[in-house]
Design a protein around this ligand. Structure first.
Ligand SMILES: [Zn+2]
Length: 163
């Protein structure tokens, strides 16, 4: 897996409300637009992942999110490896999905020298995209609505905080 380093990712980040670039200070990101209400305080960070959510205009509930320290709202997302393996054995990925994933990677590498893929909802590795995560030639930007070791920031897919 080759997630973009924070130094590569930072210039691409934007305020989820006004789309202005973000400034980084002491590990926290802030909106650089002085007339934006979200510029009044830095965005929170959980486990070194910026939480780039405009909670006033999001389906995410700020109190619930902070109350769970950014845990997944979907039950079972924190499942153990044993559960994941069992599920994979009982319900293996569809061969069609696997073939489409391989085709996507092939076309991506043909079109771009250093392809970058944005993974929306990347908190877990979805069915048949493990090859994407295993390919060191493909750079990934990954976020979800909760904290995960597979994501670089937390965001709402309705307001993706990228420029
Ligand atoms: Zn803003």
């Amino acid at each position: 897996m080759r997630l973009l380093e924070i130094g590569e990712l930072s210039p691409l980040l934007a305020c989820p409300r006004c789309r202005f670039p973000l400034a980084q200070s002491e590990g926290l990101f802030s909106c650089t637009n002085p007339s934006c209400p979200l510029s009044k305080r830095p965005f929170r960070s959980i486990d070194n992942r910026p939480v780039l959510v405009d909670f006033e205009n999001s389906i995410l509930d700020e109190n619930r999110f902070l109350g769970t320290n950014g845990a997944s709202p979907v039950e079972g997302r924190d499942a153990s490896l044993a559960k994941w393996v069992t599920k994979r054995v009982l319900f293996p990925p569809s061969p069609v999905t696997k073939a489409n994933g391989a085709r996507f990677i092939r076309l991506l590498k043909k079109a771009e020298v250093n392809p970058t893929v944005l993974v929306v909802g990347g908190g877990v590795v979805g069915s048949s995209i493990d090859e994407l995560y295993g390919d060191q030639a493909i750079r990934l930007i990954s976020f979800d609505i909760y904290c995960s070791t597979l994501t670089q920031f937390v965001a709402d897919g309705h307001q993706i905080p990228l420029r």
